[in-house]
Design a protein around this ligand. Structure first.
Ligand code: GLY
Length: 336
């Protein structure tokens, strides 16, 4: 079992990674909790025992369940059961479950402890770590939320054995990102060590910039074009698949801006290919559509903003010349 600390002063917590890590849950539940509300979805197979009286609350499947209505419904069911501020919520599932459970915990009684048992690769190396919680509005994804750090996170590698292939690919896109955020030779590691290394990188970034006032944005490497692709394809491509194309594009763009050489671009392509992820834009998406979507990026600070590799590593770059952005798009249209 590998334990990775997330250092955030009096809100520090441990992430436990490994096969059978779910059996450590009871040791992470705050001592004063007498009851635990387990928030999960139908189909999540991992069984957990928080070691105190508990009740299971299921939420719906898919992005349509990630709403304020679901949060209200959960909070009402918590209240009906008599859950108090001293008790805790445990989210068991992928990123959708932990985002919703985390947000419900953040607002119920103005905030009660939450723990996450993450059952997807994407959740284990990203969503469950770092305290971002929230739900969607009809106007956009994750537009309402809170930073609410968990009291502990469990990444049980056993859960990945039964993950559908497409869901696994979605996580692999996020995993590929960490190769360029200091992960180095992640290929050489077993899956549990690989997950733990990604968690360690994310923990270090979050520990230094919890509320994304700066460096935390590097975790969005590959996501600027990735998000645009997701929207342009109406979420036909999974998140990690879109991020994979976004990573190759970010490398090509960084190269055109004189920030990295061709060997580094080739390294991006090698990593994405090794995970058998796409690196070409679907033919159905036009350059004009992508440019429009990029201009509307909600994370943009000044002009077109990208997270780009460079001599000082991956960093946020603002005011990128739109002509260069457009000129780099053909590099992810042909297979090379
Ligand atoms: N998913 C990126 C972050 O947690 O900041």
């Amino acid at each position: 079992m590998i334990t990775v600390p997330v250092s955030l002063g009096d809100r520090s917590y441990d992430v436990v990674v490994g096969r059978g890590a779910r059996h450590q849950l009871a040791s992470l539940v705050p001592e004063r909790a007498k009851r635990v509300a387990i928030v999960t979805q139908v189909g999540v197979e991992l069984e957990v025992d928080p070691g105190v009286e508990h009740r299971v609350f299921t939420i719906g499947d898919g992005e349509s369940a990630k709403t304020l209505t679901t949060v209200e419904d959960l909070c009402r069911r918590f209240a009906d059961w008599g859950l108090t501020r001293a008790d805790a919520v445990v989210g068991v599932g992928g990123g959708l479950v932990t985002d919703v459970a985390g947000f419900a915990a953040a607002v119920y009684h103005r905030g009660i402890p939450v723990l996450h048992v993450s059952t997807t690769l994407l959740g284990q190396i990203d969503a469950a770590i770092g305290g971002k919680t929230g739900v969607n509005l009809p106007e956009g994804k994750n537009l309402v939320g809170a930073f609410w750090q968990p009291s502990g996170v469990i990444c049980d590698i056993d859960a990945l054995d039964t993950l559908p292939a497409r869901e696994m690919r979605s996580g692999l896109g996020e995993l590929a990102k960490y190769h360029f955020l200091g992960g180095g030779n992640l290929d050489a590691l077993d899956i549990d060590e690989r997950v733990a290394r990604c968690v360690e990188i994310k923990a270090e970034v979050v520990g230094g910039d919890e509320r994304e006032s700066g460096r935390r944005a590097i975790l969005n490497y590959g996501h600027t074009l990735g998000h645009a692709i997701e929207v342009a394809t109406d979420f036909d491509l999974r998140h990690g698949e879109a991020v994979a194309i976004g990573l190759v594009y970010a490398a090509e763009l960084a190269h055109r801006l004189g920030r990295i050489d061709t060997d580094r671009v080739a390294e991006h392509r090698r990593v994405i290919a090794a995970y058998d992820l796409p690196m070409r834009l679907p033919d159905t998406i036009g350059d004009d559509d992508l440019m429009d979507l990029l201009a509307r990026d909600k994370k943009a600070l000044d002009g077109l903003t990208f997270v780009l590799d460079g001599p000082a590593g991956v960093e946020v770059v603002t005011d990128v010349d739109p002509e260069v952005v457009r000129d780099a798009l053909p590099a992810v249209r042909s297979s090379r």
